[in-house]
Ligand binder design. Sequence first.
Ligand SMILES: [Fe+2]
Length: 276
Amino acid sequence: MPTSDGMISRKTVLKAAAALGAAPLLVGGGVALARDRIGNGEPLGFTPECHDGDAPTIEQTEGPYFKPNSPLRSSMVNDGPGTRLVVSGYVFGRACRPISGVLLDFWQADDGGNYDNSGYTFRGHQFTDANGAFRLDTIVPGLYPGRTRHIHVKLQAPGRPIVTTQLYFPGEPRNSTDTIYDARLLMNVRQNGQTREGSFDFVLNVPQTTPSPTPTPTATSTGGPTTPPGGTWAPGASYNAGDRVTYSGVSYTCLQAHTAMVGWEPPNVPALWQRS
Ligand SMILES: [Fe+2]
């Protein structure tokens, strides 16, 4: 049985949510969040009530506008027009424990419904914090022909496959006609002054069968089995897009700036490293 070590109680999560200003939001019969399914203050166990019908967050098409090498930033706001939007939430594994260090790469249209395909406007990636939380400062994406309002995101837990999906807004007229739209990806959205606040909790298909907490990025390597055998890739090192390393005798090129950590060895994270 798991011990309380490494467990997180609903109270703890809600406290963290409150600290983020992202307490669960219920507007118009909004969608229940994964965090709401975490029991009643009891240490979290193997909780079928945590997940949404046992289903991780569903995947959706990437669409034509994804670009690698987005900047590391949690705010994509610029001087242009648009209604401010904050999207926040958590990333959980299958046992409903938050996962730290998950890469989230967001991209969206601007207020006019256009993607920046020459630069990186409204593109950015970040990592979940020690509580598995993320927060994106942006604007409400504009509409473009054929689609309802949406935000694209790719997620990758350390050492796990990339999950590509989209987030949607409740009450959008085009939700009923967009064939890609899926209500399981609806955010809870509320108005807070001039800002809209959206909440969504992702559930990734990451087994969490041991009571140990999720790995915490470390700045130094202690050697041992985590030391790359003969390679120059090293956990704790900062890499920029275009950097080249070797790992196990194979050369890789960095696709996105990040700080390396155990579990993100080049073969494990195609979002970060491409064999060169
Ligand atoms: Fe799109």
